[in-house]
Write a protein that binds this ligand. Structure first.
Ligand code: SOE
Length: 382
């Protein structure tokens, strides 16, 4: 079977992660990359062994050989690139958040729905095998009715006031930072596994570093951790470092989530606990191969990721036997496997139901983000 030819736009932290995942699939030819200038694109193309490079994303979109585009740029470019890519007839996999706001996301969703193209948003955490397992357990009724969902997503890469990156500037990242960047992962994952939806939010925000020291040269995501103390300028910060959000779900369940990018020692930790009428589960993304199960009567258990112990739905996203831990890079591989199966099906003239986040989910996450930001500003339930 012929390989599908793809182009990656943006080569910071996440672009190379997409490339690695695609190469592990085997059915994709990573043909080109694009970055903001030819010099950078050439250097990255050499480092990543990609045959073609472009100093402008428009040139990559004009490349007739490219069938699929991965958008891995800062957030403000997601909308224009996704729009132009769809209009150029390319399938699109976009980083989250899908756009800067829900109006842009709505336009993209409408355009994508009218096209005969596959569209996806990189909510990769759904593809940890144990997340598929929790979804299937809840669908089977193993937890009973969901009563409460609590959790957090915390990181420390923005811990110091000298930690700086484009995500701190709303021009590039949008009006929300922590909620849009990592809170959206939590909301997407919790809605995916539980099958219930957030209906009302009440948020409290904090900015722990109202002034940050911006390095005089650009820093990639996570890059400032290794930066020497050099020249900085003081810049005011007006997006949230921290958010706590009370949640009401559409089945009557209650919940809460805390999102914090100034949480010492929490490298990149998404945590949730789901309390059902029969039992509970809890999961920590820094120990992704373990699922805690809580019972009132009887022993609590830890289920280890082992395909022989999982439901078939979860086995489908496992590549290695028990004891061979799977982690963050595997989630993108498993997600792209599903996305490219859909693309392959389209090429062969039929459609299969997407089992990943599409632009509709991307639009929903932006709508929730906007409500959370507004709720924090107005200090009320929305
Ligand atoms: C930065 O906060 C970030 O890289 C997010 O953008 C990712 O989606 C998440 O995987 C980890 O942190």
């Amino acid at each position: 079977m012929e390989k599908i030819r793809s182009g990656i736009i943006g080569t910071g932290f996440i672009g190379p992660a997409h490339i690695e995942a695609l190469r592990r699939l085997g059915c994709v030819d990573v043909l080109a990359i694009a970055d903001y200038c030819a010099e950078v694109a050439q250097k990255k193309a050499e480092e990543l062994y990609v045959p073609r490079y472009y100093g402008d994303y428009k040139e990559l979109l004009a490349d007739k050989d490219i069938e699929v585009v991965h958008i891995c740029t800062p957030n403000h470019l997601h909308f224009p690139i996704a729009k132009e890519a769809l209009l150029a007839g390319k399938h699109v996999i976009c980083e989250k958040p899908l756009a800067l706001n829900s109006a842009e996301a709505e336009e993209l969703t409408e355009l994508a729905q009218k096209s005969n193209l596959v569209h996806a948003v990189h909510y990769n955490l759904r593809f940890y095998p144990l997340m598929h397992q929790v979804k299937q357990m809840i669908e089977n009724g193993e937890l009973g009715e969901i009563l409460a969902v609590n959790g957090s997503y915390q990181q420390d890469w923005l811990f110091y006031d000298t930690d700086y990156n484009w995500r701190l500037d709303p021009k590039f990242s949008g009006d929300s930072r922590a909620v849009a960047d990592i809170g959206s992962h939590w909301l997407d994952l919790v809605e995916f596994v539980t099958g219930i939806q957030v209906e009302q939010v009440c948020a409290d925000f904090a900015i722990f570093h109202p002034i940050r020291k911006k390095p005089l040269k650009a820093v990639e995501t996570y890059g400032s951790k290794v930066l020497a103390s050099s020249d900085y300028e003081d810049v005011p910060i007006d997006t949230e470092d921290y958010a706590s959000v009370l949640l009401h779900f559409n089945n009557g369940a209650h919940g809460s989530v805390t999102i914090n990018q100034v949480a010492a020692g929490r490298k990149n930790r998404l945590f949730f606990e789901i309390y059902g009428a029969k039992k509970a589960v809890a999961w920590d993304s820094e120990r992704p191969n373990e699922l805690w199960q809580g019972r009132r009567d009887g022993n609590n258990e830890i289920l280890l990721k082992d395909p022989s112990l999982l439901h078939q739905y979860a086995r489908d996203v496992v590549s290695f036997p028990g004891g061979h831990n799977e982690g963050y890079p595997d989630t993108s591989k498993q997600m792209f496997k599903k996305v490219y199966e859909c693309i392959q099906a389209k090429i062969q003239g039929h459609a299969i139901k997407p089992e990943f986040a599409t632009f509709e989910s991307g639009q929903r996450e932006l709508m929730l983000c906007e409500k959370i930001v507004k709720s924090a500003r107005e200090q009320r339930w929305l």
